[in-house]
Write a protein that binds this ligand. Structure first.
Ligand SMILES: *[C@@H]1O[C@H](CO)[C@@H](O)[C@H](O)[C@H]1NC(C)=O
Length: 364
C-alpha cells in the first residue's frame, strides 16, 4: 500500500510538471499579456488556464521541454479569428520586459498591430535562441538596442513601419546569419555602418524612408547573396560605388530620392542580372553609359530627375526587354533610338529634357 502511494505520487508529480510547463514561462506570458490591449478579436481571451502550450493563440512550445519557443501574433491574417471579426487587428500597449524571461524563444512576431508603442526591450538581445524578431507595422519608438549584435542566431530582423530613431547600431554587422533586414519607414539617422558588407548571408537590406546620411559603404560590394538593396528616400550622398554593378545576385537596387552625385557606374547598367534599378531624384551627372546589350532585361529603369546629359545610348535599343523606363527631367539631347524597347514607351518617359526628339516625342 505504502509503495503504491509512493509510485502514484511520483507519477502524478512528474505528470503535472510536464503538463503545466514552466511556471516562469507561464508568468512571463501573463505579464506580456497584461501590458497589451487587443479589443476587437479577443486573442488574449484564449490566454487562460494553466497550459499555455495548448490553445493559447499564437503561442507555441517545444513539445519535449514545454518551454515557449514562438510568439507569433500577426494583426493581418486569414485566420478564422480574423474572418469572424471581419477586420484586421489593432493592439495597443507595450512589450513587457518579462518577455526576456522566455529564454527559449526563437520567434517573436508582433506584426501589423498598428498601435503597439514603447521601446524594444533592451533585454531581448540576451535571448540566446532568437532567430526572428518581427515588429513591423506598429508605433514602436526609441532606439534599436545597441547590442543587437549579441543575437548571433538571428536571421530575420523586421522593424519596418514604426517610429524608431537613433542610429543603426554598429554591432549589427555581428549578426552573421542575418538574411533579411527591414528597417524601412522609421526615423533612423546616422550612416549605414562602413563594414555593413560583413553581413555575408544578407539577401534583402531594406532601409528606405529614413533620414540616413553619409555615403553607400564600399563593403556592400562584397555581399555575395544580396539580391535586394533599398536605400531610397534617405539623405545619402557621395557617388554610387562601382562595385554595386558587380554583385552576383543583386537584382533590385533602389537608390532613388537621395543626394547621390557623380556619374552612373557603367557596371550598373551593364549588369544583366539587374531587373529593377531606380536612381530617380538624385544629382547624378554625366552621360548615360552606353553599355546595354542583348541580355539587358529591366522590368523598371528609372533615371528621372537627375542632371544627366548627352544622348540616350543607342545600345538601349538592343536590350532584350525594358518594361518601364523613365528618363524624364534630365538634360538629355538627341534622337530617341528606335527599336522594340522604345515602342511601348510614352512621351512622359522622355519629358523635360533639353533637346530630345523622335518618336514618341515630336520629330527632329
Ligand atoms: C523611382 O523612385 C521615384 C522617387 O522615389 C518614384 O517616384 C518612382 O515611382 C520610382 N520608379 C519606379 C519605376 O518605381
Amino acid at each position: 500500500m505504502g509503495m503504491w502511494f509512493f509510485f502514484a505520487f511520483t507519477f502524478l508529480g512528474v505528470f503535472s510538471t510536464v503538463n503545466s510547463g514552466s511556471p516562469s514561462d507561464h508568468a512571463a506570458l501573463l505579464a506580456f499579456k497584461s501590458a497589451l490591449t487587443e479589443p476587437y478579436l479577443g486573442i488574449f481571451k484564449t490566454w487562460t488556464g494553466d497550459d499555455y502550450c495548448l490553445n493559447w493563440y499564437g503561442v507555441s512550445c517545444d513539445p519535449d521541454t514545454r518551454r515557449v519557443v514562438d510568439i507569433n501574433l500577426r494583426g493581418e491574417s486569414e485566420d478564422p479569428i480574423f474572418v469572424k471579426a471581419g477586420r484586421t487587428g489593432y493592439m495597443t500597449g507595450t512589450i513587457s520586459l518579462e518577455i526576456c524571461k522566455l529564454d527559449r524563444l526563437t520567434n517573436l512576431i508582433l506584426a501589423d498591430w498598428k498601435g503597439i508603442s514603447g521601446e524594444i526591450p533592451e533585454c531581448v538581445t540576451s535571448l540566446p535562441s532568437l532567430r526572428v524578431l518581427d515588429l513591423i507595422g506598429n508605433q514602436i519608438s526609441g532606439k534599436i538596442p545597441a547590442n543587437i549584435g549579441c543575437l548571433s542566431r538571428m536571421t530575420v530582423l523586421n522593424l519596418a513601419d514604426n517610429a524608431i530613431s537613433g542610429e543603426i547600431p554598429a554591432s549589427i554587422v555581428n549578426v552573421v546569419g542575418l538574411m533579411h533586414l527591414d528597417l524601412s519607414n522609421n526615423r533612423l539617422t546616422g550612416e549605414v555602418p562602413t563594414d555593413f558588407g560583413k553581413l555575408k548571408m544578407l539577401s534583402r537590406a531594406l532601409l528606405s524612408r529614413n533620414q540616413l546620411t553619409g555615403s553607400i559603404p564600399q563593403s556592400i560590394g562584397n555581399m555575395k547573396r544580396l539580391a535586394d538593396l533599398d536605400l531610397s528616400m534617405n539623405r545619402i550622398s557621395g557617388s554610387i560605388p562601382d562595385l554595386l554593378g558587380k554583385m552576383p545576385v543583386l537584382s533590385t537596387l533602389n537608390l532613388d530620392s537621395n543626394s547621390l552625385s557623380g556619374q552612373i557606374p557603367p557596371t550598373l547598367l551593364g549588369n544583366t542580372g539587374m531587373g529593377i534599378l531606380n536612381l530617380s531624384r538624385n544629382s547624378l551627372v554625366g552621360n548615360i553609359p552606353d553599355v546595354f546589350g542583348s541580355n539587358s532585361y529591366f522590368m523598371a529603369l528609372d533615371l528621372s530627375h537627375n542632371n544627366l546629359k548627352g544622348p540616350i545610348p543607342s545600345s538601349l535599343s538592343s536590350a532584350k526587354f525594358i518594361g518601364h523606363m523613365d528618363l524624364s527631367h534630365n538634360h538629355l539631347c538627341g534622337t530617341i533610338p528606335v527599336g522594340s524597347p522604345f515602342d511601348h514607351l510614352e512621351a512622359s518617359s522622355f519629358a523635360n529634357n533639353d533637346c530630345l526628339c523622335g518618336n514618341p516625342l515630336k520629330t527632329c
